[in-house]
Structure formats: C-alpha cells, structure tokens
Design a protein around this ligand. Sequence first.
Ligand code: ZN
Length: 200
Amino acid sequence: METTKTQRHEDILEMFKKSGALLEGHFLLTSGNHSNQYFQCAKVLQYPEYAEKLCGIIADRFKDKKIDVVVAPAIGGIVVGQEVARQLGARSIFTERKDGAMRLRRGFEIKAGERVLVCEDVVTTGGSVFEVIEKVKQQGGEFAGIGYIVDRSGGNVRFPVVNTEDQIACYTTQAVKYSPVECPLCKEGSEPVKPGSRDG
Ligand code: ZN
C-alpha cells in the first residue's frame, strides 16, 4: 500500500526527532539571521538505516531516469549523494570548496552528456546547489534531477535547469528566521548559538 504524503511527512519528522536532527532553541544561521529551529541533517544521516530510508525517497523518484552520476556538495551532501547513488547503481562524486570556489577535485569528472542527479542535505537558499550546477554545466553534464532531504525555503527555491517535477525534497518546511535586530529571542535576553560548533 502506498503511504500518503502526510504519513511520509510524519515518519520523517519522527526520524528527525529520534536522532536529534531537529533542534529547538535560539540559533545563529550561516546567513547571519537568527532562528528558533535548526536542522542538523548529519544527526539523522549518522544512522545508515535512516539514511537508506530518506535517500530512498529520492532514489525511487529517479530510478527510471538512467542516472549516470550523482554529484553533491561537500560536506553535507556527500552522505546523501553516496546513498542515493548506491540505490540507483550510479557513480557518486562530490564538489568541494577550495580558495572560496566550488571545485571538482580528486580526479572526479563528469563526461559530456552524462545524466546527472544533484543531491544535497539541506537547502535554504540553494547557494551550494547553484554552485554545483555551474560545475556540471562546465563539464557538459545533462541535468536529470535535483534531490535533497530538507527544503527550508517552504518550496520557494527553484533550480531552473530541471522541470519542477524533477526537483524534489523529502521534507519541506518554512524556516522561521529573524534579523538580529528584530529577533524576539534576543529581546528575551538569550544568546544565539551557532549550531554544530560546540567542538569547533
Ligand atoms: Zn536572536
């Protein structure tokens, strides 16, 4: 029996909560804004069983799309790309930032005309994914799809290199964010923390 979309949403939320991936508090985001919620996707992906289920949603969607290679931005996207590629029987490579620019290193390559699926863990503004797209274009890859675990833009981020139906998120949410001067949590006197930075 096919699980309904709402049921799937609930199951995913359960995985996030069980693994501590969904944090509640007062956070400083990379953008400089503050939020009362933070997704640390690595916390759910540390369990291969959860990674298999979540990435399976993306892999299922593209199983008939003849994907040659999955490309993901380091570091967050690597686990997602690897697991999706495993389920699709495709190659898995990643881009990484060096001297500020997104690069394909380690001898990784995309041959002209290869069908590419771009994967990521969390998309908020889509910055890293847009940079990966530029790399894939330079290599002459053909865009087959874009898939990620969490969309924090409420579905607003669009990657025009693929059709709407070939851009999928396992879980979509609208992140609550405040500019530092307007943050109600700061006004209550608490200090924002940078998530995941406790051990440097
Ligand atoms: Zn604040």
